[in-house]
Ligand binder design. Sequence first.
Ligand code: WT7
Length: 678
Amino acid sequence: MTPRLRPGYTFRMTTTTSGTPTPPAESPGIVSSLNETRLFPPSAAFTTAANVSDPGVYERAAADPQAFWAEWAGKLDWISPWRTVCEWTPPHAKWFVGGKLNISANCLDRHITSARRNKAAIIFEGEPGDSRVLTYQDLWREVNQFAGALKGLGIRKGDRVTIYLPMIPEAAIAMLACARIGAIHTVVFGGFSGDSLRERINDSGSRLLITADGGWRRGNVVPLKQAADEALANNSCPTIENVVVVNRAGDPRHVPMTEDRDHWWHRLLEHAPRLTAPEVMDAEDPLYILYTSGSTGKPKGILHTSGGYLTQALATTQWTFDLKDEDVYWCTADVGWVTGHSYVVYGPLAAGATVLMYEGAPDWPQRDRFWQIIEKYGVSVFYTAPTAIRAFMKWGTEHLEKHDLSSLRLLGSVGEPINPEAWMWYHRHVGGENCPIVDTWWQTETGSHMITPLPGIVATKPGSATRPFPGIAADVVDEAGESVPPGGGGFLVLRKPWPGMLRTIWQDDDRYQKTYWSKFGDKNLYFAGDGARRDENGYFWLLGRVDDVMLVAGHNISTMEVESALVDHPSVAEAAVIGRTHEIKGQAVAAFVTVKEGIRQTSELAGELKDHVAKKLGVICRPDDILFSAELPKTRSGKIMRRLLRDIAEGRALGDTTTLADPSVVAGLKEKYESSEG
Ligand code: WT7
């Protein structure tokens, strides 16, 4: 248990007892980013060939954002045109009002009337080394058939369908088939547990679950069907009528199938009609719900709709990634995350791109797997997360040196602030000092990139996401919602609605209003939950979350959710969870646990508690550290002071302890934590 804090460098902000974020000016990371002077302009050759190279786009979009977005929407195929570009009744927005379109038709049908029909849409590489290529025509055919199969199972427009699959082409096919018939998909990450799956199925009220017998991860099969069976056991998901199972990992005869409920994907297709006409969808009809962690325990069902979402996904795919017809584009995110929705499926397919999809782990069978894949397929645009980059750094450059990476021309980063040293390593060793890096800030809620360089225009600085995408009104404000002058830190907000924004939280519009739109009273500012500062050049530097959300390997995990899972264990009386700095994952989950009377504080119990959290929530939520404590530091009003626990876990001097009910508790904990490190 060694808290490793990069010397003089942290992006994390702290939270005070009342839950109000501390102004970012206290973070040492801000000071170091203020001193960042390295500037990386794109090469003249890159700019000349770029999809967008005229810096005037920023001003033009700012002068009339609606006209800017309408121009992008015009690049989609509409069944009937919109009447109004944007209707803004804060905090609710409607985009392309009255317009009708179908998302799957935009991702597929419109590409198969040209030579693009024979182009690879998805190049799939399985972890065991199998591979499969689907042209646009192939993908169109499979989506048509599966959409027909869904209809055959009684799924209709507006019904919810939960997708719990590995990273295999069927995940994209299932999403697009839902979009084709107007069903609302909700993808649950395959790394989540059966319990998490059940919670999401029930919140969304899904009628159908699509899963697989398993997926490959580090040479093992992740037993998805088994987790799904656990989720559904004892009629605990009463809305589910049918389960579709993809045969990916083993002998289908060994998979227990529940009669009349479970159906093999391949069997359904045998009887499905060959053609399923795309449903006519309103621009504001829901496309999907995707769950994300909030600062309370219950995940939020983020609702995205159709026309605006696809417009911004397409615009950002083409401009941020500078995608060209000949590119082989690889976004390493799983479809279980929003990055997989917008930048594996919808954005790139709407753009007619060739998308690489890889099923497994980056270190299987060897630590060079990613570089081997890049060489094998000639990947030219590569989009991954800082947590992966830090792992590659740790593994060493010998793994990259074995491979020819010269096909790469653009690199991207997403999920958390990228440390300048990781940025430089990415630039040097992956990009060969020849590829622009686009550090893209956005969220499940925003649907698409919001702050990112346009690679042909914007000179980058290591660690900065640079400028808002054209048409996006981002700002840094103080507690009162007033803009902070250059150099200062504050809260990241969005001042104007944007096409890809979430429309609400599924069945909880109240929480939508409270979480995102009420922090600054009636100023109608979208509160992103991130701290940020802007430098003299107007570049944004993201400073991490200001709420009780951890970013573990770039994924949002709520401290509350992990605490609830711990307290759910029969031995636990109370738990406080914080994110502490972790070299690879960015943050690791650290838990302070008080056990019940008469329970022994053993390392076996600590292991059991870690497993318990992994089982309840999924392996990514598993705590790295468990520290037992007879008491937790609390204010006189009984609030746990997580800020002090964070100081302890980071090995820092303790901040202000004057509001503590019993200051000796925290001193004792600090001593115990430090001795447990050695
Ligand atoms: C949170 C959103 C967007 C898809 C992946 C995560 C952090 C994301 C960056 C970045 C600094 C970033 C923020 C944000 N974040 N990208 N480039 N620089 N921070 O989606 O799970 O909704 O998490 O991830 O804190 O609020 P998410």
